[in-house]
Design a protein around this ligand. Structure first.
Ligand SMILES: [Zn+2]
Length: 174
């Protein structure tokens, strides 16, 4: 397994509508393993394939890592989609590995049911609440080219993006 480089906003790959995976090849399985390793290496709780420059509908998540401080059981999801969501929205302060140092308060349903294909090719469903529900929605957003600051009003988005661009320029200086 290897750690893959993360791509940052404004890389165009992050804005693509990702392709559906039609066949589970060894390349796809290796990519999913590498995504898990990359997620742990970055201390993330989720990662989507476009973040490592692959515009395909693949995500990995492990929220136990955050809750327990050590890797739990990673879930690898192929072609995930939200098939049910709660009416009740809650706000979470979210970050993103492709947006270093940016935090955005995002209101999302607090529970969802996600259908996906597992690595064995079988269709599966997860009913998720709390942090896992938020994480799954955040990662599925990536597959549709959606980033957390898209949820902000134009005014707030400008402020957050100006700060981000300034930080990224400084990071580039070092
Ligand atoms: Zn993200």
């Amino acid at each position: 397994m290897s750690v893959l480089p993360i791509h940052f906003h404004p890389d165009a790959v992050l804005r693509k509508k990702c392709e559906t995976v039609t066949e589970i090849t060894t390349d796809i399985l290796t990519l999913l393993d590498d995504m898990v390793e990359t997620m742990y290496d970055e201390d993330g709780i989720g990662l989507a394939a476009p973040q490592v420059n692959v515009p395909k509908r693949l995500i990995v998540v492990d929220v136990e890592q955050r809750e327990k401080g050590e890797p739990g059981t990673p879930i690898k999801l192929i072609n995930p989609e939200v098939i049910m969501k709660s009416d009740n929205l809650t706000v979470l302060d979210e970050g993103c590995l492709s947006l270093p140092d940016m935090r955005v308060e995002v209101a999302r349903p607090d529970s969802v049911t996600v259908r996906y294909m597992g690595i064995n090719g079988a269709t599966q469903e997860i009913h998720a609440t709390d942090l896992l529900a938020k994480c799954l929605q955040h990662e599925i957003d990536h597959l549709n080219g959606v980033l957390i600051f898209d949820y902000l009003s134009p005014l707030k988005r400008n402020i957050v993006l100006r700060r981000y661009q300034k930080n990224m320029r400084h990071a580039g200086d070092m």
